[in-house]
Write a protein that binds this ligand. Structure first.
Ligand code: NAP
Length: 313
């Protein structure tokens, strides 16, 4: 599909794209780089790409598709750095979790004749770094493309086909709408998880060892999200400030309503609310975005041997 693909950044997302593109035979050559020599060395050892370069400029030379797989806050400066070295006619893309700020910061640097098609694969785990990626990460997950007005439709179509070939389902929307949708489906849940895990850690009446010991009652599901990469999430909240604050305003109003229902002993309001939210979980399972297995499919160990009855001795 592409003579040469350059992936700037080889962490969870860059490493997964590399593995999937290689497995599907989508590039004549896959070139990558990372910021530190330690990561570049690890990528060489992993042996999943054709070439690891010392820097971004070397990586993009002659590439037909360039994808920035780096934190959102670095996309503007890196676009500026690579712009003079991009091949005419190349497609330049990214995978950032925020789109409005990335488009505003990258687009002004990119030369005419280079097609800019920003993208966000809505898939991930709480792991990062060169070892964290896997080829199947995007299978059956959505990838949202947010091409600025006037982007060459053939370039959008080609990137659409690329993401489909590595298993994703593709949707196109404006950067601003993307940021609103992701503020409620991803950014706010992460903020809530970061908050509740921090709150539990600072409690005085309940010890942190008790919090960990009894975490299976709900808390541990928040801890997975709260273990996500601090650099990535700092950048997401700085870059999507407006949309997150808007959704947070609505969330605070709804939290106040539930607080009032608890204070007033309004069981009917609580029951009605919880019934509505349960239907949303069922809807997610129905459209294949999660497994129907109870407790996220966690394995349950077998029953222990029955202890001998106390003999009184
Ligand atoms: P990651 O695992 O931490 O990997 C980031 C990679 O970028 C590392 O290889 C890092 O190199 C490299 N890097 C950082 N700054 C660079 C620079 N200036 N020039 C070249 N390489 C640079 O991060 P990730 O989870 O893959 O996230 C990457 C992007 O994907 C972010 O924009 C994020 O918003 C987006 N995204 C993430 C997820 C998710 O669940 N994680 C999901 C969808 C989209 P070093 O290792 O040397 O630091």
């Amino acid at each position: 599909m592409f003579g040469r693909i350059a992936l700037l950044g080889f962490g969870l997302i860059g490493g997964s794209i590399a593995r999937a593109a290689k497995a599907q035979g989508l590039a004549g050559e896959i070139v990558t780089t990372a910021r530190s020599e330690k990561s570049r060395q690890r990528v060489r050892e992993l042996n999943v790409v054709d070439r690891v370069t010392e820097n971004n400029i070397e990586a993009v030379k002659g590439a037909d598709l360039v994808i920035l797989c780096i934190p959102v806050g670095d996309c503007g400066p890196v676009a500026k750095e690579i712009a003079p070295h991009l091949k005419p006619g190349a497609i330049t893309s990214d995978v950032g979790s925020v789109k409005g700020s990335v488009v505003r910061e990258m687009a002004p640097h990119l030369p005419a004749g280079v097609h800019f098609v920003p993208a966000h694969p809505v898939a991930g785990t709480e792991h990062s770094g060169p070892d964290s990626g896997f080829a199947e990460l995007f299978v059956n997950r959505w990838c949202i493309l947010t091409p600025p007005a006037g982007t060459n439709p053939a370039a959008v179509e080609k990137l659409h086909t690329f993401w489909t070939a590595i298993g994703a389902k593709v949707e196109v929307m404006t950067p601003d709408h993307h940021d609103l949708v992701l503020a409620i489906t991803s950014h706010l849940p992460h903020l809530i998880a970061y908050t509740i895990v921090g709150t539990a850690d600072e409690l005085e009446q309940v010890t942190s060892s008790e919090v960990m010991q009894f975490s299976a009652s709900g808390f541990r599901d928040f801890t997975r999200i709260a273990a996500s990469d601090p650099t990535m999430w700092r950048d997401v909240f700085l870059a999507n400030k407006e949309a997150v604050l808007e959704m947070l305003g609505t969330f605070n109003e709804d939290l106040a309503k539930l607080t009032r229902a608890i204070r007033r002993g309004d069981g009917e309001a609580l029951f009605e609310h919880f019934t509505r939210t349960r239907a949303i979980r069922r809807g997610i399972i129905q459209i294949g975005q999660d497994s129907a297995a109870p407790d996220f499919g966690r394995p349950h160990p077998s029953l222990p041997p029955v202890p001998k009855p106390y003999s009184g001795e």
